[in-house]
Design a protein around this ligand. Structure first.
Ligand code: ATP
Length: 519
């Protein structure tokens, strides 16, 4: 297959806003790929070489610019082979060979192919938002139910491998993707609840009401003596968190997979801010702040795979293996106890509670109704699309942020507002240093960014706005914090923003009253 066909499909997918049209473009391409081409092509369309980062920075690329070729001649395997060699280069002489390989690759590419390669190698094409569209396209091309492909993807965490299995071996090959101890799966997520009472009633009181701790998600795998720890985005952080590894190593079991939240505590045992927990996930973090785990789910125990077991059974398993490290929660509370749990969570400085359906299986990678989060404030995780230079005291700093919500159909994020409120001096400084690394372009007032950074915004609500492309704008938005644990593919969608629009007959929004809206 010619590489130019992939570039043309990528352009066609980017040019339409229709989800159905995107799926159809991708399906048509997938249907004609050779088996060996599926993995590289699916990776590229999601914006990454199959080999991961291959050590080619913007400067090297700019230095390798050569005249484009007139006619397309590169094949998929030519490009994939060059990436494999680039990824393997190290040591003496590698700089020269890297330049040589890049010059060869770019010289054989047409102008459009060159542009695609540059964007692919600099990360500018990365679009996790395409995952959903791609899973549907794989299902359509392989003649399988979308759910079968989705589940395999959630369990493997790798879209290219899932696509290759589905297209090559059908449902049987996909069924082989099981929870494997040592390999992370995409975490189950929570949807916002309308109210505590609403969530409670929806499940007829058959719920676990747990504190929503403001830490960072961890997934811990142990097989025998070997413990591995992963973040919410499935990044391995085992070496940064020796105290968690040690603790999990002492649990009474031979194999286990636990899901939970971790928090840094100060020497007096008080929780430290989220940023300090996150800083512990870096490779060279100082270890004086100890991380404590608070587990809330058990996905595997001593050879038994529990993903499809109801939460009640998974919590029994958790109680057997880690009774002293469970997140605070109550099972099957009456209404008054559920309310008291919410108040207690807030009084203890936590974000709120998560209300969970005790009968539901673990829906990996899904933000379903089986877990509902109840918080007193509205917050949204939005993508930073740009920032304006400040004025007055903020002259010389990148300040007013342009905020975008995710397009659920995989297009570019949709701008929903701007804010410079809530930015501390330290954050202004950080933005000014960090943003140029994500720069797409700039004009006199604004630096425009690739959609890579996610920021959590607190707001009073949203309003209809003809000025913004999504027809909605944030009201009184302020920055709470950056979310380095999230990718743009995990930002809130424009539908989540629209869901905050006041209904025709709704009263002005109030914080959740102490009876949490229960009538
Ligand atoms: N008891 C709990 N059960 C499940 N998740 C919990 C719990 N306590 C804290 N969490 C955290 O809350 C997250 C679930 O909420 P959600 O799926 O919306 O993610 P989030 O976007 O990080 O949440 P938010 O932005 O509202 O803080 C989990 O990823 C986990 O990190």
């Amino acid at each position: 297959m010619l590489f130019s066909t992939i570039v043309a499909t990528s352009q066609a997918v980017g040019a339409t806003r229709s989800r159905r049209a995107k799926v159809e473009e991708l399906r048509t391409l997938l249907a004609v790929l050779d088996p060996g081409e599926v993995e590289p092509v699916v990776s590229w369309l999601a914006g990454e070489p199959r080999q991961g980062r291959i050590g080619v920075g913007w400067r090297t690329l700019a230095g390798s610019r050569v005249d484009p070729s007139e006619e397309p001649s590169l094949t998929v395997s030519d490009v994939d082979r060059a990436f494999t060699e680039l990824a393997g280069l190290s040591g003496a002489g590698s700089t020269g060979r890297r330049r040589e390989l890049l010059a060869g690759l770019l010289g054989a590419a047409t102008a459009e192919e060159q542009d695609f390669l540059m964007r692919l190698l600099t990360g500018d094409l990365r679009q996790g938002a395409l995952d959903g569209v791609m899973t549907d396209a794989v299902a359509a091309a392989a003649g399988l139910p979308a759910e079968t492909v989705r589940r395999a993807f959630m369990l493997s965490g790798r879209l290219p491998a899932t696509a290759a299995a589905g297209l090559g071996g059908g449902a049987d090959a996909l069924a082989a993707f099981r929870l494997e101890v040592g390999r992370p799966i995409r975490p189950m997520l929570a949807a916002p609840a309308q109210s505590l009472a609403g969530a409670y009633d929806e499940f007829g009181g058959e719920v676990s009401v747990e504190y929503k701790l403001d830490g960072a998600r961890i997934q811990v795998h142990r097989q025998g003596e070997t413990v591995r720890v992963f973040t919410r985005t499935l990044r391995e952080i085992t070496r940064s968190v020796p105290e968690l590894v040690e603790l999990v190593g002492t649990l009474p079991c031979t194999s286990v997979v636990l899901d939970g939240e971790t928090l840094a505590l100060d020497p007096a045992g008080r929780p430290r801010p989220f940023q300090e927990t996150m800083s512990r996930f870096g490779a060279e973090s100082a270890h004086e702040l100890l991380l404590h785990p608070y587990f809330f789910d058990c996905l595997h125990l001593d050879g038994a795979d529990l993903l499809d077991a109801p939460l009640a059974d998974r919590l029994d398993a958790l109680q057997r293996v880690a009774p002293d490290h469970r997140i605070p929660g109550v099972l099957r509370p009456d209404d008054a106890t559920a309310d008291a749990q919410f108040d207690a969570a807030l009084a203890a400085g936590h974000e709120g509670v998560v209300v969970k359906d005790l009968t539901a299986p673990y829906a990996a990678g899904r933000r379903g109704r089986a877990w509902q989060k109840v918080k007193p404030e509205h917050t949204l995780d939005l993508v930073v699309l740009g920032a304006e230079w400040g004025y007055g005291r903020r002259t010389g700093y990148l300040s007013n942020l342009h905020l975008g919500a995710r397009d659920p159909d995989g297009g570019e994020p949709i701008m929903v507002g701007k804010t410079f409120k809530g930015l501390t001096d330290a954050l202004l400084q950080w933005q000014t240093e960090e943003f140029p690394r994500h720069e797409r372009s700039r004009d006199a007032h604004t630096v425009y960014l690739r959609p890579e950074l996610v920021v959590e915004i607190e707001l009073d609500g949203v309003q209809v706005s003809p000025r913004y492309p999504g027809g909605v704008a944030l009201r009184f938005a302020r920055v709470l914090r950056y979310r380095p644990d999230k990718t743009a593919a995990e930002a809130d969608t424009v539908d989540a923003v629209r869901a905050l629009l006041p209904g025709p007959d709704s009263a002005p929004r109030q914080p959740i009253p102490s009876d949490h809206g229960r009538s």
